[in-house]
Design a protein around this ligand. Structure first.
Ligand code: HSE
Length: 446
């Protein structure tokens, strides 16, 4: 319900927002609403009004221009207000965000959110509800912060078929790996530095174990391939076992290590995985450092394109929220009661897709064995790999460890994960090799 003010014939219509959560990103939304009010008015021919803010601990803040009458702790009542057009959900987490979003959609409001965990886990319910009530769900801010990747996949690349998506979509992991690569820090030290600088959370598990990237990958898969995946279907491995030694060996081999979120569609199944990945140093993704994000898309007719920018932060992420608000406000001002499907495909055709089992995935591999420096070790390892149809592309063996073990590095040609696992299990039984070798997948052809 876009209101036309009755007091004046010349007064522009109003689009009213309810903001749920005024933390870092919410505050950015308020600041940009104030700073760009006139520009938004010119773009829309309507004013965007912040009609209420629900937050448990928010105080009126003169620098934000938030008056106390706007602030409430009662999010449910704010969402239920009939004068609200768009609910901007920035609470994060599953509840009460899910229930509030559903209530908003059911009562004819549109929703804008940055909540990737919720959309990845409950997106089917939320998108179906939006479709049933003819409402929109904008979620540009949920992946890549300020990088406009969702709208790009849904609109700009809509005329093409997407083949693969490779994302550096977790700034915490990318910062840690950059610190390890550029400053020679070990993982624990790099994590500590990232926490000190406020980039990494006090409890970094969701980020460093790859779950945040897996949530975001589910949304990229939905837009790129029209398939809804649950995060449990995404093979997920974080960066906490990456060592400085592996980063240095990768460099010798011409690779950088990145936490990549990878999705591919071969026409019969979807590959979806998040793990530390070696990529050629010359690839544009290898130059994405620190908290920056980038998404590299391979489209059938267009070929490769890459989208790069600030993957988090107050104002960058708020720009993505406001892009969704403006798009929805335009529809509302045009009096349109039907919205573009949130995923680019009608909710009825977006179905769970067949996910390729990890055992069937083909990759090249970096392997680091810690082995005794004695005759026959290389031969023994190579022979197990050969018996399992794994061909070695190159080997590095350094130093003479007169006592203890030395690293033996092998880079393989493309092999099936199933064969590799079987080979590693046999190699683990060799007396001259320590158990649990390091395995990092290589994407050579991206
Ligand atoms: N925790 C995320 C990251 C930012 O490190 O990229 C929010 O998506």
């Amino acid at each position: 319900m876009v209101e036309r003010r009755l007091t004046s014939h010349t007064a522009p219509p109003l689009v009213r927002l309810a903001l749920l959560g005024c933390g870092t990103v919410g505050e950015g939304v308020v600041r940009l609403l104030r700073r760009n009010a006139e520009m938004f008015q010119r773009k829309l021919g309507a004013s965007i009004e912040l009609a209420g803010v629900a937050d448990r601990s928010l105080k009126p803040d003169p620098s934000l221009g938030l008056e106390s009458r706007l602030i409430t702790r009662d999010a449910a009542s704010l969402v239920a207000r009939p004068d609200i057009d768009i609910v901007v959900e920035l609470f994060g987490g599953l509840e009460p965000a899910r229930s509030l979003m559903l209530k908003a959609l059911e009562s004819g409001k549109d929703v804008v959110t940055a909540n990737k965990a919720l959309l990845a886990q409950k997106g089917d319910e939320i998108f179906r509800t939006a479709a049933r009530y003819g409402r929109s769900v904008g979620f540009e801010a949920s992946v890549g912060g300020g990088v406009p990747i969702m709208r790009t996949l849904r609109e700009a690349l809509a005329g093409d078929r997407q083949r693969a998506v490779y994302g550096i979509i977790n700034g915490t992991c990318n910062t840690i790996l950059s610190l390890m690569t550029d400053a020679g820090a070990e993982f624990a030290e790099a994590l500590h530095q990232a926490q000190q600088s406020g980039l990494a959370e006090a409890d970094p598990t969701l980020d460093i174990e790859g779950h945040d990237a897996a949530h975001k990958l589910c949304l990229l898969v939905a837009l790129a391939f029209g398939v809804l995946l649950k995060p449990t279907k995404v093979y997920t491995e974080g960066i906490s076992r990456v060592t400085l030694a592996d980063i240095n060996f990768a460099r010798q081999l011409g690779y950088s290590i990145k936490l990549l979120a990878i999705a591919k569609d071969d026409g019969s199944a979807i590959e979806a995985r998040v793990h530390p990945t070696m990529i050629p140093q010359r690839h544009p993704l290898a130059g994405v450092a620190g908290a920056f994000n980038a998404i590299y898309v391979q489209s059938e007719a267009l070929g490769p394109t890459m989208y790069y920018g600030q993957g988090a932060g107050q104002l960058p992420t708020a720009t993505a929220v406001l892009a969704d608000v403006l798009e929805i406000a335009r529809h509302r001002c045009a009096g349109s009661n039907t919205s573009a499907p949130a995923l680019g495909y009608p909710a009825t055709v977006v179905k769970p897709g067949r996910v390729k089992p990890m055992d069937d995935v083909l990759s090249e591999y970096y392997l680091r064995f810690m082995a005794r420096d004695q005759p026959g070790v290389l031969g023994a390892i190579a022979s197990v790999l050969g018996r399992n149809r794994i061909s070695i592309a190159s080997v590095i063996q350094q130093g003479r460890g007169l006592t203890g073990t030395v690293p033996v590095i092998m880079r393989t040609h493309e092999a099936a994960e199933r064969d590799l696992k079987r080979a590693l299990s046999s190699i683990g039984k060799l007396k001259m090799v320590e158990p649990s070798p390091t395995l990092i997948r290589i994407e050579e052809q991206l």
